[in-house]
Structures are given as structure tokens and as C-alpha cells.
Design a protein around this ligand. Structure first.
Ligand SMILES: CC(C)(COP(=O)(O)OP(=O)(O)OC[C@H]1O[C@@H](n2cnc3c(N)ncnc32)[C@H](O)[C@@H]1OP(=O)(O)O)[C@@H](O)C(=O)NCCC(=O)NCCS
Length: 330
């Protein structure tokens, strides 16, 4: 691909309401020690005040546009990565465009669960390859709490809500920009049943008057998901480094999908990247699905963890199964 893909601005947003492990202790039979030792998660942000996917995307997008020094009118393409859109129709991308005060653009949602951001980023790269003058907004958001059963202790402890956004264009990178060097994404539908949200889809429809069933919420075989997450994320991250002639020593900051600390540590160990180079914020957000990586990236940049010149490795894994990696040069 000849056209460059540059991140001109990054933004993130999360709901104000917090659910701590102590709060969960009052909702299901669990305890802080179990949750922290198995996942590292201490609290998560949850849309208790009715915030929607588009609400969070809008705030994250405004922040990214501001960092990019761009107006919404300049955007040519809007992509939203989510499995929890405001509605099936209209897409969250269409609604977001309207909220941004623009129309007449290509606007679409991308569904790849927790890998959604990298799938959307790869889509944006393809758009820039075809239209080098394009200015693409990628927003990744999940209101996972809308699809979590808060009586199921096996899943409700893991997830939170959030959003991250990037504004992309081609050309040469400025001092605070990042070049997207590459994106690798992959999938294997054979393992789709290990992590699902089926209810309400055409394969598991609801009729008027039906009670909401368990299948409306996230259902997961935690142990199997854990194994595949570690295996796939490690291998796709190793693959992208090798493809570009880098070694783990070249990586300045590794930002993996913030699923849980044990997965993050296991992937870091497999890649032999020291803990000091691995950025995590899952302790305060939990797993925010598609938002996880851009939310962490945006925070890492804002906190000065990611500095100009740094090589940043991103990794994702999610339902589908889907997984991916990316290399960014700041
Ligand atoms: C979910 C996960 C933390 C569970 O940890 P685990 O060590 O595999 O635990 P298990 O599911 O085997 O359960 C062990 C025991 O803890 C219990 N348990 C499950 N959730 C619990 C909770 N929140 N609090 C207390 N006990 C709990 C189980 O009932 C089980 O009890 P039993 O032995 O009496 O049957 C772990 O499997 C995991 O992290 N999986 C990946 C999930 C993920 O990240 N998904 C998203 C990927 S994008």
C-alpha cells in the first residue's frame, strides 16, 4: 500500500458512573479478592445514566477532532466499531454523523466484537488507499453493560463501557501524529459459539411479548476464551513484528486488549516484552470491548507514556473469534 495512514488526533470517553468490586459483591456471590486475583479489575464505568454508544462516540470523536485541529465538516468517512449500537437501523455511524452536524458521507458500523477497533482501522486504511484525500473518523465504543447479565458472576465482573476515537488522513506525520505502519486482522468462525450474544439476532429472534432470555446477554466459556485469547493475540503480535523486521526489543509500548490482567501478562510473557512496557488501564475500566485498545492508547498518549518516536504495538482478541495487531510509529 503506497498511501500513508496517519493518526491526526485521538480521543476517549467513558460514562461517569462507577461500579466497584464492592458494588458487585452486593449484586452477585463474589468478592474483591477473587475478582482482582483472577482479572486485575477493580472497577468499571457503566452507562447508568442512559448514555448510548453514539453519546460516547460523539464525545470521543470531538476530542479526537480537537487534537487533530480539524472540524467535523472536513470528515469524509465515518466508521463506528461496536457490537452494541444504539439501534440496528439506523447504524450508529449514521446517527453519529448527524450528531456531528454532517451528512452526505459514507457512514457505517463494523462488527468484530473486541477486535472492532483494528477491523475499523484496517477499513480506514483501505479507504485512504483508494481515496488519499479522505479524512476518516474511526470511533470504537461498546455499552457492554446493555448486554451483560448482572446476575451472572462469571461475566458481569469483567465488562465496562467506554469509547475511543481516532481521526486519520494520509500525508506526512506532524510532531504529535502517529503513522499506522500496518494492521493484521484475522478470524475463525469455528469457535464462534465460545463467546456469544445471540438473542435478538435473526438466528435467535424474539417475538413480541417474549420474555428476555439468557441468550440476550454475553455468554462465554471463560476458560476456552482465555486460552485462545492468549494464543491468538501472542501469535498475531509476533507476526506483525516479524513482518516488519522488528524484535520485541524495538517495541516501546505494548497496548494489548484490556480483557483481564492474566491474559495481558500471559501475552506479554509469550512475546517476552517486559511488564514495564505493557500499558494497562483495565483496573479502572474492565473490558470495554471494541473501545478497549483506543481508550488505552488515548490515555497512554495523554499520560505521556507514549512519546514521539515510540514504536507502539497493539493487540486485540474478541468474539467471532476475531483477533488482530497493529504497529504505530509516533
Ligand atoms: C472468567 C475467568 C476470570 C474465570 O476464571 P477461571 O479461573 O477460569 O474460573 P472458572 O470459570 O474455572 O471458575 C472457578 C470457580 O470460580 C467460580 N467463580 C466464577 N466467577 C466467580 C466470581 N465472579 N466470583 C467468585 N467465584 C466465581 C466458579 O463458579 C468456579 O467455582 P467452582 O470451582 O465451585 O465451580 C477466566 O476464565 C477468564 O478470564 N476468561 C477469559 C474471559 C475474557 O476475557 N473474555 C473476553 C475476551 S474478549
Amino acid at each position: 500500500m503506497n498511501t500513508s495512514c496517519i493518526i491526526r488526533g485521538l480521543g476517549h470517553c467513558a460514562p461517569d458512573s462507577v461500579i466497584t468490586n464492592a458494588d458487585l459483591e452486593r449484586m452477585v456471590e463474589t468478592n474483591d479478592e477473587w475478582i482482582v486475583s483472577r482479572t486485575g479489575i477493580r472497577e468499571r464505568r457503566v452507562a447508568l445514566n442512559g448514555e448510548t454508544c453514539v453519546d460516547l462516540c460523539f464525545s470521543a470523536a470531538k476530542a479526537a477532532l480537537e487534537k487533530a485541529g480539524m472540524q467535523a465538516e472536513e470528515l469524509t468517512h465515518i466508521i463506528v466499531a461496536t457490537f452494541t449500537p444504539d439501534a440496528f437501523i439506523p447504524s450508529s455511524a449514521c446517527t453519529l454523523s448527524h450528531r456531528l452536524g454532517i451528512s452526505g458521507r459514507m457512514a457505517m458500523d463494523v462488527s468484530a466484537a473486541c477486535s472492532g477497533f483494528l477491523y475499523a482501522l484496517e477499513t480506514a486504511r483501505s479507504i485512504l488507499a483508494l481515496h488519499p484525500e479522505a479524512k476518516v473518523l474511526v470511533a470504537a465504543c461498546d455499552i457492554v453493560s446493555s448486554r451483560v447479565d448482572y446476575t451472572d458472576r462469571g461475566t458481569c465482573i469483567l465488562f465496562g463501557d467506554g469509547a475511543g476515537a481516532v481521526v486519520l488522513s494520509s500525508g506526512t506525520p506532524g510532531a504529535s501524529d502517529a503513522q499506522v505502519l500496518d494492521v493484521l486482522v484475522s478470524s475463525d468462525g469455528a469457535m464462534g459459539d465460545l463467546l456469544t450474544v445471540k438473542g435478538g439476532g435473526s438466528g435467535t429472534p424474539y417475538k413480541l411479548g417474549d420474555a428476555i432470555r439468557r441468550d440476550f446477554f454475553v455468554e462465554m466459556n471463560g476458560r476456552e476464551v482465555y486460552k485462545h485469547a492468549v494464543r491468538s493475540m501472542s501469535s498475531v503480535c509476533g507476526e506483525i513484528l516479524e513482518k516488519h523486521g522488528y524484535t520485541k526489543d524495538d517495541v516501546d509500548v505494548f497496548i494489548p486488549h484490556q480483557a483481564n490482567l492474566r491474559i495481558v501478562e500471559a501475552v506479554g510473557k509469550r512475546l517476552d516484552i517486559p511488564e514495564s512496557k505493557v500499558f494497562t488501564n483495565l483496573q479502572k475500566y474492565g473490558n470495554t470491548s471494541a473501545a478497549s485498545v483506543p481508550l488505552a492508547l488515548s490515555e497512554a498518549v495523554a499520560a505521556g507514556v507514549v512519546k514521539p518516536g515510540h514504536l507502539v504495538l497493539l493487540g486485540t482478541f474478541g468474539g467471532g473469534f476475531t483477533w488482530g495487531s497493529s504497529l504505530l510509529r509516533f
